[in-house]
Design a protein around this ligand. Structure first.
Ligand code: FMN
Length: 336
């Protein structure tokens, strides 16, 4: 299966919702939620992508020709690339019923493990959306990070116990899901969380907790105060607020506030290895990619996911050569 064949196959399956555009930039799917777009006019999704494209790398090849090391060591594990699949939920509704939250995550977790990286999995109104992926992570030596919605603390801590029982590598919570009215309508409300409540959550477990959906230095400092091990600079791919700033715009300030003290991930509009290097240059430790992984899973299953991850990883390696980087740390500052 070539990359093009995977994309063509995906388009034939999910084409009603996702056009599998040459550049996944939020234009063709503006406002399509449910669907794959951004909320409202889709401005946040479009801005995420546009601002990643606006950043430019420093070309510099006048360095010794040493081995290029793309690996990242995190939470006691080694990963081939600093790339992660972002959690994607409600597949049947947003993409196509040929995959559900269980079968999608089977493909994503397996494909990522095969590529030497790791996936974040999701959560939802039904327990099976959370529990199914946990079983898959367990079957892959705990290589996966479940993302728990910001339910009431009792429910969150119950779900953390389940994750511990399944041997996961770390935990995540998409705190930016707090405004998702659909969950409240389904009888499973989500909430905003003050530091005191977050602290109760981090105190309840020895697993590292990553707060996904941090968009300000003040928010990052609160996450740190609450005992989180990491954050994802994210606006949920533009699906929770129409006029948010883009994630890459906020990254340098956030890295200035908490860099070196917490692991900083970012997502929103990253589509190539060069894009990944831009994020590393501006202060991120790792990059999550969302929608393109879903295209790979629909079009090529676990093998499509593996191939896509490897493609982005190879592009990252090439970008490192072109910017004079030998390790990921060398990327610091190499982006306008
Ligand atoms: C259809 C769809 C469903 C998503 N579901 C979830 C989810 O259940 N939990 C979550 O934390 N993020 C969810 N996200 C957000 C992604 O994890 C991620 O933040 C975003 O897609 C990254 O942007 P990108 O798609 O531009 O790479 C979803 C995104 C999409 C497009």
């Amino acid at each position: 299966m070539t990359h093009q064949e995977i994309r063509d196959r995906a388009r034939s399956i999910i084409g009603d919702k996702c056009k599998v555009c040459p550049d996944c930039n939020g234009l063709a799917c503006r406002g399509q939620v449910p669907g794959v777009g951004g909320k409202g006019l889709g401005n946040s999704f479009v801005r995420n992508r546009a601002m990643v494209l606006e950043r430019k790398l420093h070309l510099d090849t006048l360095v010794p020709a040493e081995e290029i090391d793309t690996s990242l060591h995190l939470f006691g594990k080694a990963f081939k690339y600093p790339i992660f699949a972002a959690p994607i939920g409600a597949l049947e509704l947003n993409y196509h019923p040929s995959l559900n939250d269980l079968t999608y995550n089977e493909r994503i977790v397996q494909g990522c493990v095969d590529a030497g990286i790791m996936a974040f999995t999701g959560d939802g109104a039904k327990m099976e959306y959370y529990e199914g992926p946990l079983k898959i992570i367990k079957a892959h030596e705990g290589l996966g990070i479940p993302t728990i919605k910001p339910w009431d603390n009792e429910t969150v801590i119950k779900k953390i116990r389940m994750a511990e029982d399944h041997g996961v590598t770390a935990l995540s919570m998409d705190v930016d899901a707090a405004g998702l009215i659909l969950l409240a309508m389904a009888g499973t409300p989500v909430y905003t969380k003050p530091v005191t409540e977050l602290k109760e959550i981090t105190d309840s477990t020895d697993l590292p907790l990553i707060l996904k959906g941090i968009m300000t230095p003040a928010g990052a400092l609160k996450a740190y105060e609450a005992g989180a091990a990491g954050i994802v600079v994210s606006n949920h791919g533009g699906r929770v607020m129409d006029d948010a700033l883009s994630t890459i715009e906020m990254l340098p300030e956030i890295a200035e506030a908490v860099g070196g003290r917490m692991t900083i991930f970012i997502d929103g509009g990253f589509r190539s290895g060069e894009d990944v290097l831009k994020a590393l240059a501006l202060g991120a430790d790792g990059v999550l990619i969302g929608r393109p992984f879903a295209v790979a899973a629909y079009g090529g299953g676990a093998e499509g996911v593996r191939q896509y991850a490897e493609k982005i990883g190879q592009e990252l390696k090439e970008a490192m050569i072109m910017t004079g980087c030998h390790t990921l740390k060398d990327a610091t500052g190499k982006c306008w």
